[in-house]
Design a protein. Structure first.
Length: 528
């Protein structure tokens, strides 16, 4: 019987009587939890924990078997994996749940069937290729209830079957699924390639000279990938299928159109054209007024050239060019052999003229050094050309024709050096570096430093090392003597008395810095 009851127990002893009162409430708990069954999932779908309806205060107990087993208060989360090798598209797994009241009474178990539906196979698809600019149509796939997306997972679903555009080269991927038994398959990928062949090339020159070789370099491409074949047309009836090609126009003057057609591996085509001009070779020659000159001289040059040049450049071999003149005068400041060339700038063909070499003979260098001096006596002084370089011919002012000469006397000497007819000159003055000048008269008391004394050495001598002078009257009387190298000389007196007008005798002994010694004897006139 369910419901509240009160029970009383009485205990009797000789000493006392006790009463115990029990209150018992028996709960009716025979109703199983409420459930929804079956629960359906598609293969691979994310499942959630199972749910059921329980009485207030009840504790759930979950089982994988209808009877027996061990219950769990935690609701299980079903697996959505589909068993491999299953023969049907559906797989069912059963779960059981009961509820237990506060008194520990458990209800019968409710059953929940979890049905996993196999995921459909991918739709059957095929990649698509268009050439750029082609008309396109809606994509196709084989499958049921197709859905189109812009990504392999997630992304945005197209509201209708997409139609590709062909305005830009590249690969665009589309994704499609099919739905069977309420489950959507994974997405199959369709690549739509917009293929483009791009014809491009460069040529080695814009203009050709005669039968010079033209080189065309292929710069074509296939986008977004792939290979291509080339077809060349050179405008003169000739062609080539090489990727890079060469061609000669056999000196045919004219303007020619070069065309390149390329076809890629998807059959897409493109072509491009360029122009090349072919010019005949010009003729150029030069002449000169002379081919051998002295350094510093000039030569007149003349050119005979084919008209139509843009510019002329004379190359004289000395880094001093001339421009845009058919007649030119050029001076050569350096010696040597100089090949003469002229270059003309034409639309395509370089014009060149040569064949003349100018021999420039260098002016010989002459350097006799600075003016100098030397001591007389047995000394000689060598004069020679101190400048480097070869000399063909020497001509001295002395008449000598040797490379060097020896002089004993003071004077000015010059040397003329010649190579061919090219000459230069230098001169040098050689003065006495040792001398002793003796006057033949003097005037004592005149106030003139030179004439007031007889033989003032500081004025009339140079490089004197030793000196001795004696002055006598005509009777042999010694009137004056001195050994001072830089003395002022005789002042015309004897023992403080002025000597009269007349002729007096001197003896002079000197030695010079070069070791030469000399003796001078003579007469000097004293003037009053």
């Amino acid at each position: 019987v369910w419901g509240p009851r009160t029970y009383t127990a009485t205990g009797i002893s000789t000493c006392d009587t006790q009463y115990l009162i029990f209150y018992v409430d028996t709960i009716n708990f025979s109703v199983s939890p409420s459930v929804v069954s079956p629960v359906r999932y598609c293969e691979g779908e994310t499942a959630t924990a199972l749910t059921a309806g329980f009485a207030a205060g009840a504790t759930p107990s979950w089982y994988t078997v209808p009877t027996g087993g061990t219950g769990s208060p935690t609701a299980p989360t079903p697996s959505t994996a589909f068993p491999p090798g299953a023969s049907t598209d559906f797989d069912t797994t059963s779960y059981y749940v009961s509820q237990i009241n506060a008194a520990g009474c458990e209800t019968p178990r409710s059953k929940i069937d979890v049905i996993i539906t196999r995921k459909p196979a991918l739709p059957v698809v095929k990649n698509v290729v268009y050439c750029i600019g082609d008309s396109t149509v809606a994509l196709t796939a084989i499958g049921n209830n197709l859905k189109w997306y812009d990504a392999a997972t997630g992304g945005t679903r197209y509201t209708s079957t997409p139609i590709p555009t062909s305005t830009k080269a590249g690969i665009t991927s589309y994704f499609v699924s099919q739905t069977n038994n309420g489950c959507e398959s994974d997405r199959a990928q369709i690549d739509v390639e917009i293929s483009q062949a791009i014809a491009a090339f460069t040529k080695s020159v814009d203009s050709l000279c005669g039968d010079d070789e033209l080189i065309v370099t292929n710069g074509s491409s296939s986008l977004p990938s792939g290979t291509y074949v080339s077809n060349w047309s050179f405008g003169d009836g000739q062609g080539s299928t090489d990727s890079n090609a060469t061609h000669r126009y056999l000196d045919k003057r004219g303007t020619y159109t070069i065309q390149l057609l390329v076809v890629n591996n998807n059959g897409c085509k493109d072509s491009t054209k360029q122009i090349v001009e072919v010019f005949p070779r010009p003729s150029m020659s030069i002449s000169a007024s002379d081919t051998q000159i002295c350094q510093g001289e000039a030569i007149d040059f003349s050119a005979t050239v084919t008209p139509g040049y843009y510019g002329l450049t004379w190359d004289f071999g000395d880094n001093d060019p001339a421009y845009n003149l058919e007649q030119v005068r050029h001076a050569f400041t350096q010696s040597g052999d100089f090949p003469i060339k002229i270059n003309g700038v034409y639309p395509a063909c370089p014009g060149t003229g040569s064949g003349i070499t100018v021999h420039v003979i260098g002016i010989p260098k002459v350097d006799l050094g600075r003016d100098t001096s030397f001591c007389p006596g047995n000394s000689v002084y060598e004069l020679r050309n101190l400048a480097p370089g070869a000399v063909d011919k020497y001509m001295w002012s002395t008449g000598d024709t040797t490379a060097n000469i020896y002089v004993r006397n003071a004077g000015t000497y010059s040397l003329t050096a010649k190579n061919w007819r090219c000459a230069s000159q230098d001169s040098v003055t050689v003065s006495k570096g040792c001398y002793f000048d003796i006057p033949n008269a003097f005037t004592p008391g005149s106030g003139d430093d030179i004439n007031s004394y007889f033989l003032p050495r500081q004025l009339l001598s140079k490089s004197v090392v030793t000196f001795k002078m004696e002055v006598y009257d005509r009777w042999g009387q010694l009137l004056f003597e001195s050994d001072k190298v830089n003395g002022r000389g005789w002042d015309g007196t004897y023992k403080g008395q002025a000597m009269p007008f007349g002729v007096y005798v001197y003896k002079v002994y000197v030695s010079f810095a070069n070791g030469i010694s000399e003796q001078y004897n003579g007469n000097v006139t004293l003037l009053r």
